[in-house]
Write a protein that binds this ligand. Structure first.
Ligand code: PMV
Length: 349
């Protein structure tokens, strides 16, 4: 019987953390010190599209990201995703009393082509959508059933949250099997919510999150305080705000979380600086815009980079967009297509 070529294509979106993940309990397993909470964006706006293929002629695994060859052996995160998916496939095949042929197919060589429709490594969570797309695609190819967020997590912590749509919590746990992502409410829950992404810099970030987190865990007393005394309560309040669609409360938590992440970065020794002058200006713009409106209409959040994610509600989106364009006119080196993407950006339609 002739072996066939099989090909699967998947698309995974980025997610934006409202309650931030910062600090690892275990670096190898990517287990977080605190639970986090995020919103997964639309499928087609900022996403990674990944195609996985098996063919009889393949002699080894190959991975290309944006047409660049990746050395799997030099990338432990990538390697562990392949290993984990094959291990799960084998385990499932054995438990289902699969024929020898099916067991064999778990070790077939796989080629991966992965493409981002936005700047890679610009602090726009490309590793989140990337590992979510890879994990999901491998799962489809190998026929692995069940929750695979734990595998995506091994690739990049925040990637596990992109395995679910809508509003998502990633649970902390000392046990790998329990540190998974769970949907809190789905993408239809809050249709008025909108997000703008202000690309302050599309340069690669200077300090990777793994090294940054490690330094914070070792040196920041504020991080310890946050994990013990702040995060558990904040997640509770945020969930309530989301359930009640209370934008004012949502916005307050969102901005306080971002501020605390960057306060911890400054409390880290030597300090980590992810924000720049433009990021600071955007924060000031948000506070004065809300003050001018006499109510909270916009909230910012920043991850480990200078780019801003702004949340607002549909009725305010147009005015906000106009104001943003006035205060922060798009620079010449911004590519049109990317601006189109961010301009048309909305959640969750
Ligand atoms: O998934 P990582 O290892 O790239 O870490 C992401 C860390 C933050 O983006 C700053 C926060 C988060 O929860 O996504």
């Amino acid at each position: 019987e002739e072996e066939q070529v099989r090909k699967i294509t998947c698309c995974a979106p980025i997610n934006i953390a409202i309650i931030k993940y910062w600090g690892k309990l275990c670096e190898v397993e990517n287990l977080p010190l605190n639970s986090s909470f995020s919103i997964t964006l639309n499928y087609h706006d900022l996403c990674t599209t990944t195609t996985v293929t098996t063919a009889p002629s393949y002699v080894k695994d190959q991975v290309y990201v944006n047409d660049l060859w990746q050395d799997i052996n030099e990338n432990p995160r990538l390697k562990v995703c392949f290993e984990e998916m094959r291990r799960l496939a084998r385990k499932q095949a054995i438990s289902e009393n699969a024929a020898a042929k099916e067991l064999m197919s778990c070790s077939k060589k796989i080629h991966v082509q992965s493409v981002n429709n936005f700047p890679t490594k610009a602090g726009l969570a490309s590793s989140a959508s990337g590992y979510a797309a890879l994990t999901f695609a491998l799962g489809q190819l190998l026929g692995v059933k069940g929750d695979l967020s734990g595998v995506a997590r091994r690739g990049s912590g925040s990637a596990c949250r992109s395995m679910c749509g809508g509003f998502v919590e990633w649970l902390k746990s000392e046990e790998s099997k329990n540190s998974t992502a769970k949907q809190f409410v789905d993408e239809t829950h809050w249709p008025e919510l909108r997000v703008f992404i202000l690309v302050v810099s599309s340069k690669q970030k200077s300090f990777g999150s793994t090294v940054g987190m490690q330094r914070s865990v070792e040196t920041s007393a504020l991080l310890k305080h946050r994990i013990e005394n702040i995060v558990p309560h904040r997640i509770k309040v945020l969930k309530q705000a989301v359930l009640e669609k209370d934008f004012c409360l949502f916005a307050e938590i969102c901005m306080k979380e971002s501020n605390q992440l960057h306060a911890i970065c400054m409390d880290t020794f030597p300090p980590l600086r992810y924000l720049n002058n433009v990021s600071e200006k955007i924060m000031n713009f948000v506070y004065s815009y809300n003050e001018r409106c006499g109510s909270t209409r916009v909230a910012y959040t920043f991850d480990a980079g200078p780019n801003a994610f702004l949340f607002t509600l549909a009725p305010f989106a147009e005015d906000l967009a106009n104001q943003i364009y006035q205060v922060f006119p798009p620079s010449k080196d911004c590519t049109d297509t990317f601006f189109k993407t961010t301009e048309e950006f909305s959640f969750p339609n």
